[in-house]
Design a binder for this molecule. Structure first.
Ligand SMILES: Nc1ncnc2c1ncn2[C@@H]1O[C@H](COP(=O)(O)OP(=O)(O)O)[C@@H](O)[C@H]1O
Ligand SMILES: [Mg+2]
Length: 254
């Protein structure tokens, strides 16, 4: 299997003193399905934004599909980002555009011929099961349908890596489960998938690799998780913060 993502001792600090990720090392193989879990503020979104080139590391090395992300030029960054299909809360649907138009808009940056775009949009709407809602506006959709439109928008550009930040946040348990099964099917077709979620029950039931973060540090990385061993992450968080504080004090004394 090819190494799809390799992060080596990556640090991400916001405003120089907010530690969002610390000494973060992680390898993901091509075609893997990885859950990223942890309490609010543990660094899940920061990790996914770093990966998809929305923000950049403070230090450390990051390789994605053979390219060194830190070495990308300004001109290369948009192409780098195109490898990702992204679903995150701050990338919502345009309210005054139909489902079809919202998905088509995502294709614009790829500069495909119109005919191909139309065909690809049609095909993607079928894959996620919203073809019969194509001419509807976002306000006319259920939570589960809206989430599937967001997924279609992430998929339509034919990305290599899907990055989904809390995709089930606004869904009831049954719609959340449906969406997860759909994401699982898409992963089985060969896409690498990373899902940030603090829904422990859902994460556990999927039996995937689970990376648990606490205060910006990886505290567990488990394959085929079938029971929740992450219940201790509140204690992990306290420990990580305490150790960080001790290190900081030691450095000041020097
Ligand atoms: N743009 C930002 N500026 C300053 N601090 C930030 C910013 N984004 C996130 N943080 C901080 O970084 C830490 C990790 O946040 P985040 O990655 O959003 O965690 P999660 O997604 O797990 O809730 C938190 O302490 C948060 O307050
Ligand atoms: Mg988040």
């Amino acid at each position: 299997m090819m190494k799809e993502i390799e992060m080596k001792s990556v640090n991400k600090f916001y405003k120089s003193d907010v530690v969002a990720l610390e000494d973060f090392s992680l390898t993901v193989e091509e075609g893997e399905f990885v859950f990223v879990t942890g309490r609010s503020g543990s660094g899940k979104s920061t990790f996914l934004k770093l990966l998809s080139g929305q923000i950049f590391p403070t230090s450390g090395e990051m390789w994605v599909r053979g390219s060194n992300v830190s070495a990308l030029t300004r001109e290369q960054i948009p192409y780098y980002r195109r490898q990702f299909g992204i679903m995150q809360a701050d990338l919502g649907l345009l309210k005054d555009q139909t489902v079809r138009q919202n998905i088509e808009l995502a294709m614009r940056a790829t500069e495909q011929p119109l005919k191909r775009t139309k065909r690809r949009v049609e095909q993607t709407m079928r894959v996620v099961g919203i073809a019969d809602r194509a001419e509807h506006y976002p306000s006319e959709l259920s939570g589960g349908e809206a989430a599937r439109v967001l997924l279609a928008r992430a998929l339509v550009t034919d990305p290599k890596i899907l990055v989904l930040d809390e995709p089930t946040a606004n869904l009831d348990p049954s719609a959340a489960w449906d969406l997860m099964c759909l994401i699982d099917e898409i992963n089985r077709k060969g896409l690498t998938v990373l899902v940030a979620s603090h829904n422990r029950e859902l994460v556990t039931i999927m039996k995937k690799r689970v990376v648990t973060l606490a205060a910006g540090v990886i505290v567990a990385d488990e394959k085929n998780v079938i029971y929740s061993s992450t219940a201790g992450d509140i204690f992990d968080e306290r420990r990580v913060l305490r150790e960080r504080e001790e290190r900081r004090r030691k450095q000041q004394r020097r």
